[in-house]
Design a protein around this ligand. Structure first.
Ligand SMILES: NC(=O)C1=CN([C@@H]2O[C@H](COP(=O)(O)OP(=O)(O)OC[C@H]3O[C@@H](n4cnc5c(N)ncnc54)[C@H](OP(=O)(O)O)[C@@H]3O)[C@@H](O)[C@H]2O)C=CC1
Ligand SMILES: CCCCCC(=O)/C=C/[C@@H]1[C@@H](C/C=C\CCCC(=O)O)[C@@H](O)C[C@H]1O
Length: 329
């Protein structure tokens, strides 16, 4: 018998979450049956979508949604032998019994000098999101000017670096001066702290006086309205996320985008990386290749201890992470 720890949604919360909205539980797991494996979590991902998902798709008492890199510690499934590493959608739990249907083996030949935690970040879902946003949605071309917000985070930092690899001019915004310095280290042409600029409009204009061809949108809300007004005619916007609205207690209204979109003839498309799932293996190989060649830098914000999952989650929503937010068990 293994004693597993899980974090459950104790209470549906309105606004910004607090520690008491989550509850740590212990349960005894049964031995794996034929076809099943027992997993032990090594790294857990801390993602923005957990916030809106908990509101719209979860009941009180449910285990918090999430992915993790786990090791197979018992196996009665030949596809997942003991010692194998997998990405599991098991949620916020230390141990999971799985029939394998929700498991994805970590990329074969994962280099020994690359932390497996990157399978939750740059060489995982956030990296794929950046790649498809840049290549499939925006179809970004050399010489174009790209705006990325939440640029120092897991998705934004990869999107900006990919744009530099493609020969674009890249402008990034982030919520601290340290993050702005990080963006400069990554090669962003311009970066600014959206929390301290006197005028967002002026900051965007100063960074790209001729306007933006493309916008990789992670933030939504008022930032989005201001940025949209600075797009070039026929500009393209990839709507990846809307984190500034995830803790809202009331749905935000206007300014409405239609007039700007009509006058500038903009194209705006929401997306999730799952749309291109058949391309994932090849895309992960490309991301790993860039990482190994030094073309892609990766930073993580690691919180130690499974007991700190809620704190890490709230910290990410407050912007404490530079790069990918991870909990190491
Ligand atoms: N469509 C898809 O398939 C996917 C979409 N996403 C979306 O991409 C975005 C980035 O995700 P990810 O890279 O994982 O997260 P990050 O690593 O970027 O972490 C979240 C960051 O968001 C910023 N933030 C928080 N609150 C606000 C706010 N009110 N206004 C502006 N910025 C804020 C903070 O940075 P700062 O200090 O700069 O404010 C924080 O560090 C999210 O919107 C997420 O939902 C992510 C993965 C997949
Ligand atoms: C739920 C709001 C999602 C905000 C954008 C985002 O961060 C997307 C991340 C996806 C994530 C989506 C998870 C649940 C979507 C629920 C949709 C529904 O049930 O109608 C996960 O798939 C990984 C990222 O691609």
């Amino acid at each position: 018998m293994v004693r597993a720890q899980t974090w459950i949604l104790a209470k549906h919360f309105n606004g910004f979450p607090k520690e008491s909205d989550f509850q740590l539980k212990e349960e005894e797991l049964p031995e794996p049956k034929a076809g099943e494996v027992l997993l032990e979590a090594l790294f857990l991902s801390v993602d923005p979508y957990m916030r809106p998902f908990s509101r719209v798709r979860m009941k009180e008492g449910d285990v918090m949604i999430g992915t993790q890199v786990a090791k197979v510690v018992q196996s009665r499934n030949a596809a997942f032998p003991v010692g194998a590493h997998v990405v599991s959608r098991g949620g916020w739990r230390t141990h999971t019994v799985s029939d394998g249907s929700d498991l994805v083996p970590v990329m074969p030949d994962w280099p020994r000098d690359v932390s497996l935690s990157l399978a939750l970040g740059t060489v995982g879902m956030p990296g794929l999101t950046a790649l498809y946003g840049i290549e499939e949605v925006l179809e970004l071309k050399s010489g174009e000017t790209l705006l990325v917000n939440a640029a120092a985070g897991a998705v934004g930092s990869v999107a900006g670096q990919m744009a530099k690899m493609k020969g674009c001019r890249v402008v990034g915004s982030a919520g601290s001066d340290a993050k702005v310095a990080f963006l400069k280290e990554l090669g962003f042409d311009e970066a600014f702290n959206y929390k301290t600029v006197a005028s967002l409009e002026e900051a965007l204009k100063k960074a790209a006086p001729d306007g933006y061809d493309c916008f990789f949108e992670n933030v939504g809300g008022p930032f989005s309205s201001v940025a949209m007004s600075q797009m070039k005619d026929f500009g393209r916007i990839a709507v990846c996320g809307s984190i500034s609205t995830y803790n809202d207690t009331e749905v935000q209204t206007g300014p409405y985008p239609q007039m700007t979109m009509i006058v500038k003839q903009l194209k705006m498309e929401g997306f999730m990386q799952s749309r291109w799932e058949p391309k994932h293996p090849e895309s992960l190989r490309r991301l790993m290749g860039w990482l190994k060649e030094g073309k892609l830098q990766s930073r993580e914000h690691i919180t130690k201890g499974f007991e700190n999952m809620p704190a890490a989650f709230m910290g990410m929503l407050r912007g404490e992470n530079t790069g990918k937010a991870i909990v190491e068990v």
